[in-house]
Design a protein around this ligand. Structure first.
Ligand code: 5GP
Length: 199
């Protein structure tokens, strides 16, 4: 069976990457999302094992020691990591697997898995990003400024990603992601069998 593709998707807080990924998955049943482990507190509406595996710092350390993460990183005081085994299993089963992760972890994956497809989701502008952060009830201006500062750092790293998709209109962003996946599948290296004569 043909193996699936590993897709790294990153982008700043407030850009709406979760919404874009959800919409893509609704359109493409061959796309699965990796469930990360984290030490952060569970938020209302989140389900353990669905949105994240909510684990203790000790368990997180143990998973690092046992080399069970494909990547892991610290983000605003909490730890996040991608368990490697389920990702590898889904890829073997032929699914495309999305890692929706922040940039430090994204870069680790690009080092370890050079075949991964990497997409950075950007806002149309910094002004729009600021307006979105302020508009989602996060009225604490200090927090908004901190997130914008974090976004500036992420934009510096974004140059290492293969593609940038702007999330202005959701439909356009999803269509762009689908176009990337389609073009990747059409690459010569994935279609060399067509260039061989039958025996
Ligand atoms: P939140 O706590 O808001 O759910 O996520 C905070 C950030 O951590 C987001 O940018 C999210 O994409 C990222 N993140 C979620 N899971 C992982 C992971 O497994 N590894 C890394 N490196 N980042 C993650």
């Amino acid at each position: 069976m043909k193996k699936g593709r590993l897709i790294v998707i990153s982008g700043p807080s407030g850009v709406g990457k979760g919404t874009v990924v959800k919409a893509l998955r609704e359109r493409d049943p061959n796309v699965k999302l990796s469930v990360s482990a984290t030490t952060r507190e569970i938020r209302p509406g989140e389900i353990d094992g669905v949105h994240y595996y909510f684990i203790t710092h000790e368990k997180f350390e143990q998973m690092i020691a046992e080399d069970r993460f494909l990547e892991h990183a610290q983000y605003v005081g909490n730890r996040y990591g991608t368990p490697a085994a389920p990702v590898n299993r889904m890829l073997e089963e032929g699914y495309d697997v999305i890692l929706e992760i922040e940039v430090q972890g994204g870069l680790q994956v690009l080092e370890r898995r050079p075949d991964a497809i990497s997409v950075f989701i950007a806002a149309p502008s910094f002004e729009v990003l600021g307006a979105r952060l302020r508009g989602r009830g996060d009225t604490d201006e200090e927090k908004v400024l901190m997130r914008l500062q974090q976004a500036r750092m992420e934009y510096l790293v974004a140059k290492r990603y293969q593609y940038i998709v702007v999330n202005d209109r959701l439909e356009d962003a999803v269509a762009d992601l689908q176009a990337i996946l389609r073009a990747e599948a059409l690459k010569t290296e994935h279609q060399e069998h067509l260039l061989k004569e039958d025996d």
